[in-house]
Each structure stands twice: as structure tokens, then as C-alpha cells.
Design a protein around this ligand. Structure first.
Ligand code: GH3
Ligand code: MG
Ligand code: MG
Ligand code: MG
Ligand code: MG
Length: 314
């Protein structure tokens, strides 16, 4: 049966075929104490190109989850020895969010109470045994698609559209966490705000598109130069980097090397070589609240501008 072109069923088929091509990147964990039931599900998943891992009960399932970091979905039976499907779902939700991992409960019981219990305990969906393959595939596809959509939305929410660097939101979130860790582990670190000098002149002289191109190239330089650090575009022509290293001198030198590298390079835009310089405001190993640290870096940046730009101020 071939559905009519552009009907919903046709579009569904198209989506299934699309996912089928990428399903090998989606690992699914199948948990059931009955080997016959397990093999049946594994067989269905393999036909659709999924990578499959199996477990006989909840305890084993948690071990498999810890071993295989790329598992996207767990399909679990209800009644199993040692740890049943409900307990397993509960444990999973203590460790993994719904964005990280989908859980689909399966049970042969005819009463609707089991589907409600699975969902209340953190499952995303439920299938009643025996199920027809078509329903099984629909539910799997729907849940995988939903996970992939969330991943896309999260990426868009955390990425600067122009430069593809982390955006302000992502930087504030990730930098705060990393700094806590650096302080706890006594790892030397620095937080730097980087602002392009007289960027308005670039726009005025060469046009806004050329300005955009310069921002993109600066982002590439940052990525390359600070590959082990956390880099971001905070907005406009303002960037930030969080670095960790051996000591303050080493961190300072890496920042100043970057400043110098940019000041001696020319960025070709539409055949015209554009020269720019950067001002940096930096704080080292501060134990202040993150917002305060950003503030102090910003104050240092202001001083760098005051003192004549193209320099790093601590
Ligand atoms: P200063 O050395 O004091 O930082 O001078 P400046 O000209 O760099 O700073 P100012 O804050 O006066 O101007 C920043 C300019 O950056 C103004 C704005 O048009 C430009 N800008 C902000 N975001 C973008 C963008 O996404 N693309 C382009 N092309 N320009 C941008
Ligand atoms: Mg069972
Ligand atoms: Mg400004
Ligand atoms: Mg500027
Ligand atoms: Mg600025």
C-alpha cells in the first residue's frame, strides 16, 4: 500500500525512511526477562537498522546504561526479577532527563493501570503486549523524533547564529559550572571579556556584511587558539573565553598571544584586507559569584579601552 502523495501517511513514511538512514546512531536498550519477548523486539529493531543492547532485568539495565553512553531509548518490560520496569523507570529518571533518554514501558497486562503507572513514574510511552509491528514502529519513531527535535531546539537555544560559538546563555550556564569545579580542584583559571576595537568603523567603512564576516573570522580564530577553553559570543562585537591552565603567567600569555595574533593578521573580506585589534579584560582565580566575576572582567575591559585599546588588562 502506497499512501497518496503529501498525505499525512505519506509524510510519515518519508520520515520513517529518513530516520532509518540514521537509526544506526540511535542505540536502544531492550529490557525483558523473557528471552522470546526480548528477541522479538530486538528482531523488529534490527530490521529498522537500530543498534540494540539487551538486559534481563532492571539492575542489569542500569549497568548497560552506564556502559553505553549513546543509548537514546529504553524499552522495558513490567514484571521482571530483581528490579521491575517501574522501579527501573524511577531509577532512570533519577539519573537521566527526558531530553537525554526516552523510556517506553511494555506489559502484557490488559488493565490500563499499568500504562498509567509507567507514565506517572517517568516513562514517555507505553505498549501493550501483544502489539502489531506497525504500532511498535510508530511509537519508536515518534519518540526518537521527539528526542532529536529537542536536541535541535537546545542547540539553537545555546548557539550564536552568526558565529556558531556558544551564546551568552550557554556561556553563563557552562562557565559557572566549570568555575565551581576549578575552584574546588584548585585549578588555575581565567575569565576574559574580549571586545573588538572601533568595530563601528569596520561597519561604516566596509559595510555591515563585511562586519559580519569579521565577526565570523574572529570566532574561528578563537576556536583555534582556545580549543581547550570555553568560547562564546556574548553579543554584538563582544566575546568571552574561560581558560584553565598551569598558572597565571601561562594563562596571561595565551590571552596576550591571541591579542597579538589578531593585531598582526589581516582578515580578507571580499578581497579587501581588514586589520583589527582587540581589548581584553581578565580576572584570574576569583572566588566571587560568577556575575561579579563577569562584572570585574568588564571593568578591566573598560580600562583596556581607556588605556588605548589593543591590550590585555588584569
Ligand atoms: P570600542 O573600541 O569602544 O569598543 O568601539 P566600537 O566601535 O567597537 O564599539 P561600539 O559599542 O561603539 O560599536 C559596536 C558596533 O558593533 C556597533 C554595531 O553596529 C556593531 N555590531 C554589533 N553587532 C553586530 C553584528 O552582528 N554585525 C555587525 N556587522 N555589526 C555589529
Ligand atoms: Mg516479564
Ligand atoms: Mg561599546
Ligand atoms: Mg568594540
Ligand atoms: Mg562592545
Amino acid at each position: 500500500y502506497i499512501p497518496k502523495e503529501n498525505s499525512q501517511a505519506f509524510l510519515y513514511l518519508k520520515r520513517v525512511l529518513h530516520w532509518q538512514l540514521t537509526n544506526d546512531q540511535n542505540t536502544i536498550l531492550v529490557v525483558d526477562d523473557s528471552s522470546a519477548a526480548r528477541n522479538h523486539i530486538v528482531e523488529l529493531l534490527k530490521r529498522r537498522n537500530f543498534t540494540v543492547v539487551t538486559a534481563n532485568n532492571g539492575v542489569q539495565a542500569l549497568e548497560k546504561l552506564a556502559q553505553h553512553k549513546n543509548i537514546k531509548m529504553v524499552i522495558t518490560d513490567l514484571e521482571m526479577p530483581e528490579m521491575d520496569g517501574i522501579e527501573l523507570t524511577n531509577e532512570i529518571r533519577r539519573i537521566y532527563t527526558r531530553e537525554q533518554l526516552a523510556v517506553i514501558g511494555i506489559s502484557g497486562a490488559t488493565s490500563g493501570i499499568h500504562s498509567a503507572r509507567f507514565i506517572k513514574n517517568g516513562a514517555d510511552d507505553f505498549l501493550r503486549k501483544p502489539f502489531c509491528p506497525e504500532e511498535f514502529y510508530c511509537r519508536i519513531t515518534q519518540n526518537i523524533e521527539s528526542l532529536n527535535n529537542i536536541a535541535k531546539i537546545q542547540h539553537a537555544a545555546n548557539t550564536d547564529y552568526l558565529t556558531d560559538l556558544a551564546n551568552r546563555r550557554a556561556f553563563f550556564h557552562a562557565a559557572e559550572l566549570r568555575i565551581k569545579e576549578y575552584i574546588q580542584k584548585k585549578v588555575p583559571y581565567c575569565l576574559a571579556m574580549i571586545d573588538i576595537d572601533f568595530f563601528k568603523k569596520v561597519n561604516d567603512s566596509y559595510g555591515h556584511d563585511a562586519g559580519d564576516q569579521v565577526l565570523k573570522v574572529i570566532a574561528l580564530y578563537m576556536r583555534k587558539h582556545f580549543s581547550a577553553g570555553l568560547t562564546a559570543r556574548l553579543g554584538g562585537e563582544e566575546f568571552a573565553v574561560l581558560l584553565h591552565g598551569i598558572d597565571v603567567d601561562n594563562l596571561y600569555n595565551r590571552l596576550d598571544d591571541f591579542r597579538r595574533e589578531i593585531s598582526v593578521s589581516t582578515i580578507p573580506v571580499g578581497g579587501v584586507p581588514i586589520s583589527i585589534t582587540l581589548s581584553l579584560g581578565v580576572i584570574f582565580d576569583s572566588k566571587d559569584k560568577f556575575a561579579k566575576q563577569m562584572n570585574e572582567a568588564d571593568n578591566a575591559l573598560y580600562l583596556a579601552k581607556e588605556n588605548g585599546r589593543n591590550q590585555v588588562v588584569i
